[in-house]
Ligand binder design. Structure first.
Ligand SMILES: Nc1ncnc2c1ncn2[C@@H]1O[C@H](COP(=O)(O)OP(=O)(O)OP(=O)(O)O)[C@@H](O)[C@H]1O
Ligand SMILES: [Mg+2]
Length: 435
């Protein structure tokens, strides 16, 4: 390790000499017999520690050290004073912001310890500044990345990316456009895989909350305490395993949006907490004495019939009315068959781009077969099928019906093209029977 630089300033050569001897093993020593010379050295050498006597003929120690401070504030300054220099000492602390003063006569060991501590302080401050700079740089990078990600997500989530031109979907879009930019609670209803989460994201990214957080919690199949702690947070020690305070998702989504999936599967205790948020706009973390204000827009979703859950006593009626302010029903895929071909093309494009495979297109037969399938898994099922088709397709070939999963190929849809080609019904029936 390189030695730290110590600048000693005193007008008496004997003292400079003695101190030089005392410190030269540990430090690179610079000496000056006047403030003027010392200031020149400081400019060039940037010492870690400056040790100055108060009594010098031209410029006194305090004046010198306050000049030194202006020139090179990083150095740690120490003043050596005589018994009668009390005033100078006070001034030194104020004007020159010295680290310590040492009264004469001093023990060499005592002075050594003080200088060592000063040098250590210099090192730590240097390190600190370095770490601080690094941290700032990292923060700046993270901020940049964050903005980039945000832009990406926003691009992906413009309304246009929610595919669908069927009457059912157009109705959904027009509802969403109206409600997106309001704080209104939205309840999304729909079977599994119909796009409830995607729609919730769309609402968030098309609202004035889009620069704040969008957080998601699946409320089904989560033990009650865990769910409450996830959403409302907890105080240290509020239950076994709560080793420190935790901020809940409602607070994280402050001024943003929280998406509560499978809201129909929650416990009465949780429902009560949720009612408090919706009514009073406040949460109480587990184990906390005080409630806290939050402003998170709530979007909830369920594939259950909430009204029925209320009737059977599984869902609080008061909460039902708070949640069911603006229901949006996402129709199952079998009720918007007009969207199947467009969705299929969209997913095929997505997957071919992802694995960088080029294909010649999709055989009409594939579209016809899928157009008539019932899709209990809805869009997610269609998406999975598209991924499979792209994986199996030979590069440069068309996607043909042979590549479809068995469950689509076993349907007897093969008869349909025959029917469609015939305008004469009698002939069509004959052909069909032959088949
Ligand atoms: N209209 C759409 N256009 C494009 N992709 C869609 C559309 N709807 C759904 N998807 C895609 O289908 C998949 C399933 O959607 P999502 O997860 O939103 O459904 P969900 O209703 O929340 O399902 P679950 O009830 O199982 O939680 C996702 O990959 C989503 O991106
Ligand atoms: Mg979902």
């Amino acid at each position: 390790m390189t030695k730290e630089i110590l600048l000693i300033v005193d007008d008496q050569p004997e003292i400079l000499n003695t101190l030089n001897h005392l410190f030269r093993r540990k430090y690179t020593i610079l000496t000056a017999d006047s403030a003027k010379k010392a200031l020149q050295l400081i400019k060039k050498k940037e010492p870690a520690v400056i040790l100055s006597d108060q009594r010098m003929p031209e410029t006194d120690g305090v004046t010198f050290l306050s000049e030194a401070r202006k020139l090179w504030p990083d150095a740690i300054r120490i003043l050596i004073t005589g018994y009668a220099d009390i005033e100078a000492t006070i001034e030194a602390v104020n004007r020159a912001n010295i680290y310590q003063y040492v009264a004469k006569p001093f023990e060499p060991n005592e002075l050594l310890t003080i200088v060592n501590k000063a040098a250590e302080r210099f090192r730590l401050l240097k390190q600190n500044t370095m770490l601080h700079d690094q941290l700032e740089e990292k923060n700046r990078q993270l901020k940049d990345e964050n903005i980039k990600l945000h832009i990406q997500v926003e691009k992906q989530l413009e309304m246009g990316n929610l595919i669908g031109h069927s009457p059912g979907m157009l109705k959904v879009f027009s509802l969403i456009r109206k409600v997106a930019d309001t704080p209104t609670t939205v309840l999304i209803l729909g079977e599994t895989g119909t796009g409830k989460e995607l729609l919730a994201k769309m609402i968030h990214y098309n609202s004035n909350r889009k620069d704040k957080m969008f957080v998601v919690q699946n409320c089904g199949a989560v033990p009650d305490t865990l769910l409450q702690s996830e959403l409302f947070g907890h105080e240290k020690g509020s239950f076994t395993g709560a080793i420190q305070n935790k901020k809940g998702l409602f607070e994280q989504a402050d001024n943003g949006t929280i998406f509560l999936d499978e809201i129909g599967d929650t416990s009465p205790a949780f429902q009560l907490g949720l009612l408090r948020v919706l009514q009073e706009g406040e949460i109480r973390p587990l184990g906390a004495a005080q409630t806290r204000k939050v402003n998170a827009r709530v979007i909830a979703a369920t594939n259950k019939d909430l009204k029925k859950e209320v009737e059977t006593g599984h869902f609080r009626e008061d909460l039902y009315y708070r949640i069911n302010v603006f229901p949006v029903h996402l129709p199952p895929l079998r009720e918007r068959r007009g969207d199947i071909a467009e969705l299929l093309k969209y997913f095929i494009d997505k997957f071919t781009q992802r694995i960088n495979k080029s294909i010649l297109g999709i055989d009409d037969e594939v579209i016809q077969i899928l157009n008539q399938a019932d899709f209990p898994g809805n869009i997610r099922e269609l998406e999975n099928e598209a991924e499979r088709l792209v994986t199996l397709a030979n590069p440069g070939d068309k996607i043909t019906k042979e590549l479809l999963s068995d469950r689509f190929n076993t349907t007897k849809t093969i008869t349909i093209p025959v029917l469609q080609e015939q305008t004469d019904l009698k002939l069509a029936v004959e052909l069909l029977e032959k088949k």
